[in-house]
Design a binder for this molecule. Structure first.
Ligand code: SAH
Ligand code: MG
Length: 222
């Protein structure tokens, strides 16, 4: 990955250690030829720089979904509150401007497409197949489950489903993402492809070409 982008990501406010970020970059490179990528949880654009760099090299784009109002644990008085992401006019968390600055600085404005809204509202109307879904939005069990149930069905065969903040050891972190991740694995549609830190990359079982059948039929008819 372009070292300037690695440095930019490292200086961006957020929650993505470089070793896990580079795995995101490689996952984006790998999945990119199968279609568009999508992440839930843009925050200030840290993970979007890694995923976006891979997307650009692979010739695809990244949709980045966030209401930009922060998760529960990022609100004033909570563990992950950061005064720098408060809009001084409204007094509310608003990471949209910082996200935009990051994507602009990365030269990724034509690659990373922000979707500003609640993940569950967007997912309900979504119809485009995606090659990679990265789940890093709200970390409550309800939130992670709704992201999994709303987005996993859109992942193409051979595509990747990536979870963040997976801690099998309860002393290391919250258990909600781990529980949903375990259910995703037990469901049989996904198998583990790779683990790095708290990142887990799953792959949708099946032959990717099966998702291209309509296109091939279309070509055959011409
Ligand atoms: N991926 C980021 C960190 C994401 S933090 C990084 O690399 O730094 C989690 C983000 O999820 C927050 O910005 C929060 O606003 C967003 N979020 C939480 N619940 C959400 C929901 N239901 N819909 C959309 N975004 C949500
Ligand atoms: Mg995270």
């Amino acid at each position: 990955m372009d070292p300037r982008l690695v440095r930019l990501a490292e200086h961006t406010i957020g929650f993505m250690p470089p070793n896990e970020g580079l795995v995101l970059y490689r996952a984006a490179l790998q999945a990119g030829p199968l279609g568009a990528l999508l992440e839930i949880g843009s925050y200030c654009g840290k993970s979007a720089v890694y995923l976006g760099a891979g997307a650009k090299e692979a010739g695809t784009i990244l949709f980045s979904v966030d209401h930009h109002r922060g998760s529960e644990e990022q609100q004033p008085g909570q563990e992950y509150f950061d005064q720098r992401v408060v809009d001084p006019t409204t007094g509310r968390v608003d990471t949209l401007l910082l996200f935009r600055r990051t994507i602009d600085a990365a030269g990724l404005e034509d690659t990373v497409v922000p979707i500003v809204g609640r993940s569950e509202i967007v997912a309900r109307r979504w119809t485009t197949p995606v090659a990679l879904v990265f789940i890093d939005g709200g970390h409550s069990e309800e939130s992670v489950r709704s992201d999994f149930e709303g987005w996993a069905p859109h992942v193409v065969r051979g595509g990747l489903l990536v979870f963040h903040d997976i801690y099998p050891d309860p002393s290391k972190g919250g258990q909600a993402p781990y529980r949903v991740y375990s259910e995703a694995l037990a469901g049989g549609d996904f198998e583990v492809a790779l683990a790095e830190g708290s990142l887990r990359v799953l792959k949708r079982v099946g032959d990717p070409l099966r998702d291209f059948v309509p296109t091939r039929q279309g070509l055959a008819a011409e």
